[in-house]
Design a protein around this ligand. Structure first.
Ligand SMILES: N=CN[C@@H](CCC(=O)O)C(=O)O
Ligand SMILES: [Zn+2]
Length: 414
């Protein structure tokens, strides 16, 4: 079964192979099953089994949301309201969600996760990572990882999210590195550690990263979120795929991140990728932290990603449209830079930017022949409308691996 989407007014491919012209006008895309088969001028498009007229609208790759915490139960809106009244965010809130998550049955936890995945897809997200981290014992972390693995695309082990009350921090770190890691290992591709005051020290983080690397997992780090710290330097030292939050960076931190990209040719999208700096603007607003310095990182030659960090404590939104708008309006990114960070950047952060390197999966985050047909049609003539019309329902249709996930009609405001 092949599908032709034609009359696309602006097609942002995010394909590095297109050099300085990654955006096509009056374009068309053909996909067969889950695979993109053809991209080019609408006037030269081949025939297909079915045709969709995009009506001059803009199309992008689906969002790649590389950082979420979606396996949870419970509500923390009271904590949010207290924060808006002046209370600072503290890592201890994780314990509140852990209690509610432990109390939820498998059915409810799965139902909640499916609902959140559907919300994300309706907003244009076609590749979704999520983390454990609200179980915090061997059985519960394994349960979260198992449930996540049935719903999302990449699963990250975050047993090192918070030391549970009453546990000795060193003994808990031993548990994370030993029995807990063994129990989650069948379900996860990645491991993460919250290296921050009130969570895990540099030494404990190092132990977690070492054990998880030795177990064959890819690495990511929550770092430099609430203040300066060792997270960024540790992430670079361990060649982590991503360090996330990055709100408080020294010149040395930026230099270390830039150095990690020395073997990467950004123009060609080739070479050895370094450590992506993943910025989480919705979280920064919700915690009233300074926005991550996305502009400074890009200017230093660091590849960045934008992600939602959807979680009940610091960022209860999976809207990547909102994150992109905020990055443009508040972080100094251009529209193409923000869209690239939320698509290709997220794919880089999950090492999904090229295909068939792991799991035989197709590349995501950019549109090119052979890549997965993850398409996001906007109800707008250009991607600029994402920031120009913030908060508006601009997602008109979404195809995930060639399947229509969202969008039964195309409202005509453009
Ligand atoms: N910073 C650590 N973890 C989450 C927040 C978790 C929570 O407060 O429930 C984050 O990425 O912001
Ligand atoms: Zn997080």
């Amino acid at each position: 079964m092949s599908t032709l989407v034609t009359n696309i007014g602006e097609l942002s491919t995010m394909d590095p192979a297109r050099g300085s012209e990654p955006v096509l006008r009056d374009a068309a895309v053909v996909f067969e099953g889950e695979r993109i088969a053809w991209i080019g001028p609408a006037g030269r498009a081949p025939a297909a089994d079915e045709a969709v007229d995009a009506g001059g609208r803009a199309m992008l790759p689906g969002w790649v949301d590389s950082h979420t915490h979606l396996v949870f139960a419970g509500d923390r809106s009271a904590e949010f309201e207290a924060r808006m009244a002046g209370e600072p965010y503290a890592a201890g809130g994780i314990a509140v969600t852990t209690e509610a998550t432990r109390a939820a049955g498998d059915y409810d936890l799965t139902r909640l996760l499916l609902g959140r995945q559907a919300e994300a897809a309706a907003g244009g997200t076609t590749w979704l990572e999520t983390k454990t981290g609200y179980g915090l014992d061997v059985e519960q972390e394994a349960r979260s990882a198992r449930i996540a693995s049935t719903v999302v695309d990449d699963v990250t082990f975050l047993g090192a999210h918070l030391v549970p009350a009453g546990s000795d921090p060193e003994e808990y770190t031993d548990l994370v590195c030993g029995p807990m890691l063994a129990a989650v290992r069948p379900y996860v591709q990645w491991a993460d550690v919250f290296c921050e005051r009130g969570a895990f020290t540099e030494d404990q983080s190092r132990r977690v990263l070492t054990a998880c690397r030795d177990a064959g997992l890819g690495l990511r780090v929550h770092g430099n979120q609430l203040g300066p710290g060792a997270g960024v330097q540790l992430a670079v030292e361990f060649a982590a795929a991503s360090v996330d939050h990055v709100n408080y960076l020294s010149a040395d931190d930026v230099g270390a991140l830039a150095g990690s990209w020395a073997g990467w040719d950004a123009a060609a999208g080739a070479g050895t990728p370094g450590t992506v700096a993943t910025c989480l603007p919705a979280c920064d607003l919700s915690t009233r932290q300074p926005l991550a310095p996305g502009r400074r990182l890009l200017d230093a030659g660091v590849e960045i990603a934008l992600a939602s960090n959807c979680n009940p404590g610091t960022s209860y939104t999976s809207s990547m449209n909102f994150c992109v708008a905020t990055a443009v309006l508040q972080m100094g990114l251009s529209v193409p830079e923000a869209v690239r960070a939320a698509t290709y950047g997220g794919a880089l952060a999950l090492r999904r930017h090229i295909g068939e390197d792991r799991d035989g999966a197709r590349a995501v985050g950019s549109l090119a022949v052979g890549h997965r047909a993850d398409l996001h049609l906007l109800n707008a003539p250009s991607a600029a409308h994402l920031a120009y019309r913030p908060g508006m329902p601009l997602t008109a249709a979404v195809w995930r691996a060639g399947n229509k996930e969202h969008g039964s009609g195309y409202p005509s405001t453009c």
